[in-house]
Design a binder for this molecule. Structure first.
Ligand code: ASP
Length: 422
């Protein structure tokens, strides 16, 4: 990562640097992301079928499901509250000068309009549309796009329930097949991880050359600082502390275990692309049972976004402050609700959180045109919030595993384990 940043900064010194990086280095980063995304759907299918069908009965499945979703909602609301606390304390929006505001509105106004239009279609849907969207009409169609992850999860859980309900003699071959497939995919992830340092290097080099100028950082520094401070609180204090208190595992165990997934999340800005790495780390390095990992991580990648919800809360209030709008207490409570829902609705891809911010803004009567104020600095913040999103999934996996007695010792598999044995 450091080398990538250095090379990116170096390339910026030359007029053709940006082009060279985008022609010759960025493609390796894109390939890295693609390979990860390639593995996401097969991994969910194999591991979740295995995970669900290993549960002996439906009551353990519903127990796991209810606990997981409750914890997701709780942590998301908590992180929105952290964001609100920070932004009310620091008041970054009051620091923005009129000139900066006018300038940003002028430069990014058109982009804000595009985003608002895109978010519009989300809003015109009926209240139960979210449920309809989870149930696919065709599993192959659903599995053909990574953005339909919840639909695939729906089918797979349903399939797993079918397996639980038939006699074991009949289900054994199906289970054995998906079990083996799961092993194969995990091995493929081990192989991809060998390439990770180069992929991350390429992504960082490209990101640096595409970064906004330093004047943007100065103008939006207080806002970005507020978001990052809140995110760091979740990352370095909240998660490790609760892990320590509830599971007895040390903060360094937790952070070291999940660090590679954080790095991938940071450089790809996509929880979905990071999912294969998250699952491997949670299972092999944090000692969470396969059953729990295969359920909590995929669902968490799309539903549980603590970083995104925190960011949305800060951004909404920041924009209101910059427009000199007062945000009343009841509006703050509205933010807790809408930012929680908006983060659940955000896809696990770069920039999704910004789009769904429109919904939060409108719920408190702030014009979505205000997106123009924060657009320029969204990518770096996306990197940090995605890191928190992924860490939050690992956190929930450990807590749930502990609560159902399925938190064990780490059991790390190397990519060439069997190869050496043979
Ligand atoms: N990029 C984030 C993620 O994948 C979503 C967001 O834009 O906040 O988790």
């Amino acid at each position: 990562m450091v080398l990538g940043i250095a090379l990116g900064a170096f390339a910026m010194q030359f007029s053709s640097g940006k082009e060279l990086v985008s022609d010759w280095i960025k493609p390796f980063g894109t390939i890295f992301i693609n390979v990860l995304k390639l593995l996401a759907v097969p991994l969910i299918i194999a591991s979740l079928i295995k995970g669900v069908s290993d549960l002996k009965d439906l009551s353990s499945l519903s127990k796991l499901g209810v606990r997981t979703l409750t914890l997701f909602v709780f942590t998301t609301m908590f992180s929105v509250s952290v964001g609100l606390f920070m932004v009310n304390l620091i008041k970054p929006g009051n620091l923005m000068s009129d000139e900066t505001r006018t300038e940003l509105m002028k430069n990014y106004g058109a982009i804000a309009e595009d985003k608002t239009l895109a978010a519009e279609s989300e809003k015109t849907k009926g209240p139960l549309q979210m449920l309809i969207d989870i149930v696919p009409g065709n599993i192959f169609e659903a599995a053909s796009s990574n953005s339909n992850m919840l639909q695939v999860i729906f089918f797979v859980i349903f399939f797993g329930i079918g397996i639980i309900l038939i006699p074991e003699k009949k289900s054994a071959p199906v289970k054995a097949f998906f079990d083996a497939m799961n092993e194969v995919i995990l091995k493929m992830i081990d192989l991809v991880m060998l390439f990770a340092p180069y992929g991350v290097f390429a992504l960082m080099t490209a990101l640096v050359t595409e970064a906004p100028g330093t004047d943007i950082f100065v103008a939006l520094g207080a806002y970005a600082g507020t978001v990052v401070l809140g995110l760091l609180f979740m990352l370095l204090i909240f998660y490790p502390l609760v892990i320590k208190l509830y599971t007895g595992k040390s903060p360094s165990f937790f952070l070291k275990g999940i660090a590679p997934a954080q790095l991938v999340a940071f450089s790809t800005s996509s929880s979905a692309a990071t999912l294969p790495v998250t699952m491997e780390r949670v299972e092999e390095h944090l000692g969470v049972d396969k059953q729990v990992t295969s359920f909590v991580c995929p669902v968490g990648a799309t539903v549980n976004m603590d970083g995104t919800s925190l960011y949305q809360a800060v951004a909404a209030v920041f924009i209101a402050q910059a427009f000199a709008d007062d945000v009343s207490l009841s509006e703050q409570l509205t933010i807790v609700l809408t930012a929680t829902l908006a983060s659940i609705g955000s896809a696990a891809v770069p920039g999704a959180g910004l789009l769904m911010l429109v919904i939060v803004l409108e719920s408190i009567g702030v014009s979505p045109a205000g997106l123009a104020l924060i657009f320029a600095i969204d990518r770096p913040l996306d990197m940090v919030r995605t890191t928190v999103n992924v860490t939050g999934d690992a956190f929930c996996s450990m807590v749930i595993a502990k609560s159902v007695g399925k938190l064990g010792k780490p059991h790390v598999k190397e990519w060439d384990d069997n190869y050496h044995k043979a």
